[in-house]
Design a protein around this ligand. Structure first.
Ligand code: SAM
Ligand code: SF4
Length: 326
């Protein structure tokens, strides 16, 4: 077994699988309020197709971590069936969700073998939550977080996308929320993957500022970096950790070990890639594992050195975040 390595020597071990592009929310920074064109149902990979690609990646290239995402993964029917198939591969299995309907499925997902959960929540204030997600579901999301903890997911992390002038006044509130609930909050810099192209560098809240604001109230110290994207900090009083995913201001492309499969079966070598590699059509045309492996290896060897958001050469991907899987 040889790992999936690109021309810069980066080894890939972490697979993100979007199981749908549909969602029960319309977050401002991700989807347009209306006019979203959903992928045709017959174009979505079946659970068998997803499991076949995942198995190939795990068995041939030692991929050891799989995260389910979307769109909103919980809107895909019978999700525990897929979780059971992937769990049998013996990988670290996790999911990112908006948690609005998590209470209904948390138990079944946990029992099927899902281990870890990241829950997205960008405001603790009801009016702002509605404005950001275009849904009145804050109470359901908070209840979903409680359900995740009750069922025994460990750890539960909260993802907060920060946008200047929109929710950057809630940094300390979120830090307090994480400490009180015993969950790790991770602030994510706003990335140019929004459907309405509202992104601009002035809307990004940089890591340094997030750290300073938290440290003023709850002193924190840095935790040594791993290949994970979050820059981590621990609270000086032992009340857990907080993290920042600084994709824009302190990019971590050099240590990135992620590959992605979209809901319609396109393989992507980077969140910001402008090329899709069509595994679905190859699969449906009867490709052998060796033929699929050739596509995967070719795609990874084409990976760029970095995303280049900070350069004039940056090209915005045509897909928004919900069509890639964050
Ligand atoms: N629907 C699920 C959710 O929201 O958790 C999973 C899919 S969502 C696309 C995955 C993650 O991407 C979420 O944490 C979301 O906040 C993040 N995201 C979406 N658009 C983003 C953007 N433009 N910049 C940064 N993060 C973004
Ligand atoms: Fe849906 Fe997640 Fe995108 Fe929000 S961030 S619109 S919950 S896919």
């Amino acid at each position: 077994m040889a790992p999936l390595t690109d021309t810069f020597g980066r080894v890939h071990r972490d697979l993100r699988i979007a199981v749908t592009d549909r969602c029960n929310f319309r977050c401002q920074y991700c989807m347009p309020v209306e006019g979203m064109k959903w992928m045709p149902r017959e174009g979505l990979l079946t659970f068998e197709e997803i499991a076949r690609i995942a198995r190939l990646l795990v068995q041939r290239y030692d991929i050891d971590s799989i995260r389910l995402t979307g769109g909103e993964p919980t809107v895909r029917a019978h999700l525990p069936t897929l979780v059971r198939k992937l769990s049998a591969l013996g990988v670290d299995l996790s999911m990112t969700t908006n948690a609005a309907t998590l209470r209904l499925v948390a138990h079944d997902l946990h029992e099927a073998g899902l281990q870890r959960l990241n829950i997205s929540l960008d405001s603790l204030r009801q009016d702002r939550f509605i404005e950001l997600t275009r849904r009145d579901d804050l109470d359901r999301v908070l209840d979903g977080i409680d359900a995740a903890l009750e069922v025994g997911f460990e750890p539960v992390k909260i993802n907060v996308v920060l946008m200047r002038g929109i929710n950057d006044d809630e940094i300390v509130d979120f830090a307090r929320f994480g400490r009180d609930k015993g969950v790790t909050v991770r602030f994510i810099e706003f990335m140019p993957l929004d459907a309405d192209e509202q992104w601009g560098p002035e809307r990004v809240v940089p890591l340094a500022e997030v750290v300073e604001r938290i440290n003023d109230v709850f002193p924190i110290e840095a935790v040594p970096r791993t290949s994970a994207p979050a820059t981590r900090y621990r609270y000086g009083d032992g009340a857990g950790e907080v993290g920042v995913i600084a994709t824009v201001t302190e990019k971590f492309c050099d240590s990135c070990d992620r590959i992605r499969l979209t809901a319609d079966g396109q393989f992507r070598n980077c969140l910001f890639a402008v090329t899709d590699y069509n595994l679905r059509d190859a699969l449906r045309a009867g490709a052998t594992d060796d033929e699929l492996a050739e596509i995967l290896e070719g795609a990874v060897s084409d990976k760029w050195a970095g995303h280049g958001i900070d350069t004039v050469h940056f090209i915005r991907p045509k897909r928004n975040m919900s069509q890639i899987g964050g």
